[in-house]
Write a protein that binds this ligand. Sequence first.
Ligand code: NDP
Length: 451
Amino acid sequence: MKNEAIEQKVNKFMATIVAKNPSELEFHQAVREVIESIIPFMEEHPIYYSERILERITEPERVLMFRVPWIDDKGEIQVNRGFRIEMNSAIGPYKGGLRFHPTVNLGILKFLAFEQVFKNSLTTLPMGGGKGGSDFDPKGKSDKEVMRFCQSFMTELCRHIGPDTDVPAGDIGVGGREIGYMFGQYKRIRNEFTGVLTGKGRLWGGSLIRPEATGYGNVYFAQEMLKTRGESFKGKVVTVSGSGNVAQYTVEKVNEFGGKCVTLSDSEGFIYDAKGIDAEKLKFVMYLKNEKRGRIKEYADKFGCDYFPNERPWGIKCDVALPSATQNEINGEEAKILVKNGCYCVSEGANMPSTPEAVEVYIKNKILFGPGKAANAGGVATSGLEMSQNSLRLSWTREEVDARLHQIMKDIHETCKKYGTKEDGYINYVDGANVGGFVKVANSMIDQGAV
Ligand code: NDP
């Protein structure tokens, strides 16, 4: 089918999505990106049209939205909004993170839940897709305030989740501390010790390598992409954004593979350390962000490197870029600068950090581009491994979990190659990930009837 006809079908379908979900811009963006890959595939497999798969897969199975009242340290009542999107359970219980950030709204969580469906399918593990969170901002709150918020949030959420129903994990603003408080409250209300959350502490059911998994997994994926051009991380200059969980373990693995990371950021600016963020400096970042909960500027103050307030790191010359902060953090102009400066590999640790215009620049210039739903799937894959260990009531070694994670990332790369290789040999990982993730979910939906 000609490109024009495909575009018409995409636009027609998108018009219904926009009409049904007005003002959910990120959700529109995520759906468009997927159906641009899927519709050409469906033209060759019309059963997906007659089974109304697109209409079904873009409609969440369930959306929960609830009040979260909590008491701050001054004794005053605060009110936030809580959400859980149970998007698709065709291949397993809903699975996906919880995000606590003031920007959280329904559209952002629906985009994340939608992406999660395809990502989880790519991991080869039996997990459906979901996402949730709140507009609560843990920054600047005391531990006790965070605890009271988490307890209130879980008091409602616990009615809807369970180890065979829906298994949330962490995301932006939800790390080990928050998972601990929520797990404690779930256990107290339900009177059961089960694997209802992943990202748990090591002492109470957590898996080794889960904290490292998203960052490590993204570097493993990028390494597979580099291999297709006979390259590796050795000696490569790498820009990284963010300075949270994903960014930290990305730097650790790039260092291990002989690359040099020169940037990190947070929502207030970025640091540029031309000498590279070595193990000692990374230790400081982990202390700064995970314990002191300070700003990345303090890195520049401590190590005497450059700090750029209110800017993003994409103007820095690099070979590889690993965006690991948040959605839409690389726009079309920034993508052009990256490519002009010689960057030939972008692999997304964050979810949808590149705008559609940026993705267009990567593909047009035929650089290696790993979209988040493939490249950052290591996090949820290892959550899946945590669920398996919980069910077995066993704990695997660090080496065992890491080896499984590495193999899963290699397999995801192979799936992308299978569905994304074009006639000229270029691998379009966007098409590869979308179609590869879609087939398993869509076929399972067909098998299960019109539900
Ligand atoms: P963290 O909360 O640990 O860190 C997030 C980092 O991104 C912080 O440095 C934060 O800065 C920055 N950031 C957050 N929001 C914004 C914003 N609006 N503008 C600029 N910077 C921002 O989260 P994670 O590291 O866990 O998550 C990072 C990304 O990776 C997200 O897109 C997430 O969805 C994705 N991801 C995470 C997985 C995981 O296992 N944790 C799994 C798969 C994907 P500041 O502190 O100033 O807010």
